[in-house]
Design a binder for this molecule. Structure first.
Ligand code: G1P
Length: 289
């Protein structure tokens, strides 16, 4: 059973600068919520509410967004704004969130290892807060189901156009097991299109097991002997897959990637059109323009 998740937010968000100079990329709004709130709601909707956010001093707005604020609630209630007071209260009681400050070499494996040392010897989910999924069954629930069926590390995958390969980890597919489940024997990080081993992108959702954490520990020991390069989750999964089963789960749903300026605008556009209250009006506007 997976009860815990890790969301690393310590990255610099360089692809979206200068927009992300003061505003963490995880706090950029998609529709009426910042990206990270979508991520946390997705986890909670999937039955996972013990969440570790691995953060840095630059990202204090993330903490502030989810922090309880009794003074604000009281002021809102005094002003008769009960609905807004409820919204503030709901946000701060959404999940059990703990914050951890990143410590160690650069690379996206380090926050995962930092959190694993606190979580201990159990599998957990890792989500990057830069994709939003609109799916009948949340992405995290689909990933969890794949772990429960395989008891092995699982990566969330989406089909991609081959020319996008150099932006993603691309899995080496061994066997298609049906239902979007693939057995994979490794991953190539950001290959050139002509070298992409498949037409799937790893999209920032993983179930990490103690075996994968052991690979991150080993990589960090090697890094301490020779402090060069960065520690990547993709490398740890790739090494683990050489001798152990690892699976991919193609996610059933709509994927809004927010990681580049164009994709971020697309995600905002799609979220605006999908808004249950304002969507119809905005669709009219889009048709007229
Ligand atoms: C990371 C991973 C990559 C994955 C991507 C998904 O890369 O290393 O394998 O496909 O996230 O968003 P980044 O986007 O941090 O460079």
């Amino acid at each position: 059973m997976i009860r815990k998740a890790v969301i690393p937010v310590a990255g610099l968000g360089t692809r979206l600068l200068p927009l992300t100079r003061a505003l963490p990329k995880e706090m950029l709004p998609i529709g009426d919520k910042p990206v990270i709130e979508h991520t946390i709601r997705e986890l909670v909707d999937s039955g996972i509410d013990e969440i570790t956010i691995v953060t840095s001093a630059r990202k204090e707005l993330v903490q502030r967004h989810f922090a309880p604020d009794a003074d604000l609630e009281r002021e809102l209630r005094a002003a008769g704004k009960d609905e807004q007071a409820e919204a503030v209260a709901e946000l701060s009681s959404l999940a059990h969130i703990t914050y951890l400050y990143q410590n160690g070499p650069y690379g996206n494996g380090t926050p995962v290892l930092n959190a694993a040392r606190v979580i201990g010897d159990e599998p957990f989910m890792v989500l990057w807060a830069d994709d939003v999924f609109v799916a009948e069954v949340p992405r995290a629930r689909q990933l969890r189901a794949a772990y429960e069926a395989t008891r092995a590390p699982v990566l969330a995958l989406m089909p991609m156009a081959v020319e996008d390969a150099s932006r993603y980890g691309v899995p080496i597919v061994e066997e298609d097991l049906g239902g979007g489940r693939l057995r994979i024997s490794g991953l190539v990080e950001k290959p050139r299109p002509e070298e992409a081993p498949s037409r799937y992108a790893a999209i920032g959702g993983y179930v990490v097991t103690p075996g994968v954490v052991a690979e991150l520990e080993a990589a960090t020991r090697r890094w301490h002997d020779r402090p060069e390069g960065e520690i990547y989750l993709t490398d740890a999964l790739h090494r683990h897959a050489a001798a152990n089963p690892v699976y991919g789960q193609v996610i059933d749903g709509d994927w809004w990637d927010t990681g580049t300026p164009l994709n971020y605008l697309r995600a905002q556009f799609a979220a605006a059109l999908a808004d249950p209250v304002h969507g119809p009006e905005l669709r009219k506007l889009a048709r007229e323009s």
